[in-house]
Design a protein around this ligand. Sequence first.
Ligand SMILES: *[C@@H]1O[C@H](CO)[C@@H](O)[C@H](O)[C@H]1NC(C)=O
Ligand SMILES: *[C@@H]1O[C@H](CO)[C@@H](O)[C@H](O)[C@H]1NC(C)=O
Ligand SMILES: *[C@@H]1O[C@H](CO)[C@@H](O)[C@H](O)[C@H]1NC(C)=O
Length: 369
Amino acid sequence: MFSSTPFLVSFLLLLSLSPLPLRPTLPPPFPPSSPISASDELDDQTLFNRALNSNPRKPKPTFSHLALDSKSSKPKIAFLFLTNSDLHFAPLWSLFFSKTNPNLYNIYVHADPSANVTLPPGTVFHNRLIPSKRTYRASATLISATRRLLASAVIDDPANLFFAVLSQYCVPLHSFRYVYNSLFFSTTFDLTRPATGSDAELAQMGLKGRPKSFIEVLSKSTSLWKRYAARGRFAMMPEVPFEQFRVGSQFFLLTRRHALVVLKDRALWRKFKMPCYREDECYPEEHYFPTLLSMEDPDGLNRYSLTRVNWTGTVNGHPYTYRAEEVSAELIHRLRKSNLSESYLFARKFSPDCLKPLLGLAEKVIFRD
Ligand SMILES: *[C@@H]1O[C@H](CO)[C@@H](O)[C@H](O)[C@H]1NC(C)=O
Ligand SMILES: *[C@@H]1O[C@H](CO)[C@@H](O)[C@H](O)[C@H]1NC(C)=O
Ligand SMILES: *[C@@H]1O[C@H](CO)[C@@H](O)[C@H](O)[C@H]1NC(C)=O
């Protein structure tokens, strides 16, 4: 006799495999509504427009200015600290900056206002706080905060040519001089690109070719589909087909050109700012930047990060956090090693009590290169 149970089971199985979005079974969106209010959006848009308009295609410091006209401003690195606590390693960073000409860098800090962060007075961080808003883990507020940092740095100084995003758990692995030379002058720092004839010619003049951003861009990850579909199966279409969806660390280093690409974008932002159904499959800040930049300028990217992170034994989406007793010269040397560049420049995450041992290593190890 025909039994209906197996039939029912396979029918239900078929139904569950159907490409139709089964909306009623989805939990309510997380968080219940987007934490980005209309007035915050408007503030941000005004800021980003100011940045875009403050950037005329007129002379600005370039690599050739650098060599040919010593009077023009030298190119600078903007260090962008994104934090929701005090900057635990401010004394180490102060030492990092103290050894250099203050005309070669700028510092900007975005601090969640609810954390009452105090920037150490009398240091390079004094007065470097930009107008900041609340940030929440695994939410688009982290994208907004990063864009605010980029915009503030673009407006503040046309000599800012590289923009490095860091957090309160990041530490330097080298001297400022090493970082600066690697980014602006070295033709051997990036190991992924064979030197071309024109590179060699430029190198003879002490210059290098068009600068590229350093941003991790991965297209293979076991959780990629879950994260793509975190707002609903078709939510990202048509702007972002799954084939173009990327993941990478939010701690990247962008050229000025790419900072402007990020500030100009509205189409992808409209998608990525939508809340997700599940917090643990969201992390929009790890997707927005690599997806946008790999769509807009795939050839302008070194597709890896200069910030070393240890994902072995990850818990709750947090990477491994080094403790004070693990800090040693050997660890610094190990963390520098990269297969893609001559060295990593920064590393995360370090617990606040690592400050003392790191300061102990600063002169003899970290800033010796
Ligand atoms: C920040 O300060 C406010 C007002 O003094 C206080 O209510 C709040 O608890 C503080 N937050 C933290 C994280 O200390
Ligand atoms: C990464 O973290 C693991 C613990 O999860 C540790 O055993 C390992 O030594 C760390 N790797 C480096 C390069 O520090
Ligand atoms: C470099 O590549 C080797 C061989 O693939 C790998 O074992 C090692 O973990 C890589 N090192 C880093 C720092 O990624």
